[in-house]
Design a protein around this ligand. Structure first.
Ligand SMILES: [Zn+2]
Length: 92
């Protein structure tokens, strides 16, 4: 009886572990996002924000930030940041 219980225990543990790993591996396009760095959301696992200039998604950890009207904008590069500042200055 003890052996049967042990087998059931091991089986249920293995099943839950396999289900957990399969769940994270099932996501398609994950490898694609890793290749195209910062081209899509959730590539690094952290927060991402959309660059309002070029439209690409950037990790908020590595982005170039600009505070405007109490909200923070994230840019992929200094170039986009400057382009945004230039267009904002022109608009006002
Ligand atoms: Zn950009």
């Amino acid at each position: 009886v003890d052996t049967v219980f042990l087998v059931i225990l091991v089986w249920s543990v293995l099943r839950s572990v396999r289900g957990f790993m399969g769940g994270s591996r099932r996501n398609p396009g994950r490898r694609v996002r890793q290749d195209a760095r910062s081209a899509g959301p959730s590539s690094t696992g952290g927060n991402t924000a959309r660059d309002p200039v070029c439209g690409m998604f950037v990790s908020t950890e590595v982005s170039h930030r600009l505070s405007e009207n109490g909200k923070v904008l994230h840019f992929c590069s200094e170039k986009c940041l400057h382009a945004y500042q230039k267009s904002a200055a022109r608009a006002s």
